[in-house]
Design a protein around this ligand. Structure first.
Ligand SMILES: Nc1ncnc2c1ncn2[C@@H]1O[C@H](COP(=O)(O)OP(=O)(O)OP(=O)(O)O)[C@@H](O)[C@H]1O
Ligand SMILES: [Mg+2]
Length: 264
């Protein structure tokens, strides 16, 4: 569904992403792991159209989308969440979700003026969808709470909720588990699984929580220093000495197979 072909971005002499080639299969939950500063978020920024690569190509649904902007990609069904949640802090949880749909006709003055009945029914539809999303994420009890007053975990769920207000095909999740307590974390895992299995979302998931990666991901890609170190199933990746080396910064005995989980 999404593929990176020899993708690079240079900031001056620094290669934040350096010749990455890998694919995300349709209907998969693909994990993207790697130590801090490996280039994972930068790769997301490239995939989502927030940055333009120095070299290489990105294909989405078999179409070259390399030059497309974030806005165009959003309309194509490629949606991302942020490592640091981007909520509208002055708006309520419900209002935050109602801001998302990209084609609300209510935003056009002429439309408002001439088609107020259509607008009204569209708004009602959006509100219904937002309320259903909050029910699904078990955030309904905070629907009227200002987003600035939500906990870190609730803000992460709200980020996931934003993706559910769109016709997403592929969702890029940047560290959804960061700052989320264990109970909420298990809930988040379940929600991602349901969205994948029942709603047909494909995910590319950046995460340092190896339990979550192991539980959710069919395929795992490990990056370090801008490059893909290895990819494969979780067990293969986890026990590869190159991965341990990337996390530790040095070669480690082959017997230490749990180090990735412990470090993360
Ligand atoms: N706009 C930029 N200009 C210069 N350097 C940048 C820029 N964006 C990212 N970098 C650098 O690229 C490297 C990769 O950063 P990135 O945020 O992609 O890492 P990451 O793998 O997401 O790390 P983490 O797990 O800590 O979130 C870092 O050294 C970062 O400082
Ligand atoms: Mg990051």
């Amino acid at each position: 569904m999404l593929s990176f072909n020899n993708l690079s971005i240079h900031f001056g002499d620094f290669k934040a992403v350096d010749g990455c080639t890998f694919s995300v299969a349709k209907d998969s939950i693909t994990g993207l792991i790697g130590p801090n500063g490996a280039g994972k978020t930068t790769l997301f920024n490239l995939a989502a159209g927030a940055l333009q690569p120095t070299h290489g190509r990105i294909a989405f649904c078999e179409k070259d989308v390399t030059p497309l902007t974030a806005d165009s990609l959003f309309h194509e069904g490629l949606v991302r969440t942020f490592q640091i949640p981007h909520e509208f802090s002055g708006l309520t949880t419900l209002e935050n979700l109602m801001m998302v749909p990209p084609t609300q006709k209510g935003e056009s003055l002429w439309h408002n003026w001439f088609n107020w009945r259509t607008i009204k029914s569209e708004e009602q539809q959006v509100q219904k969808q937002a309320l259903e999303t909050l029910e699904f994420l078990e955030l309904i009890h905070v629907k009227d709470v200002r987003a600035s007053n939500l906990s870190g975990g609730q803000k992460k769920l709200l980020e996931l909720g934003r993706t559910m207000m769109t016709d997403a095909k592929l969702v890029l999740l940047d560290e959804p588990a960061a700052g989320v307590n264990r109970t909420l974390l298990r809930k988040l895992e379940q929600k991602i699984q349901i969205l994948n299995q029942e709603r047909g979302y494909t995910f590319l998931l950046i995460e340092h929580d190896m339990e979550m990666i192991e539980k959710l991901c069919n395929h795992v890609v490990c990056m370090a220093e801008g490059k893909v170190v290895i990819q494969g199933d979780f067990q293969t990746v986890k026990s590869d000495p190159r991965v341990l080396e990337a996390y530790l910064g040095e070669a480690t005995p082959e017997s230490n197979t749990s180090a990735v989980g412990e470090i993360a």
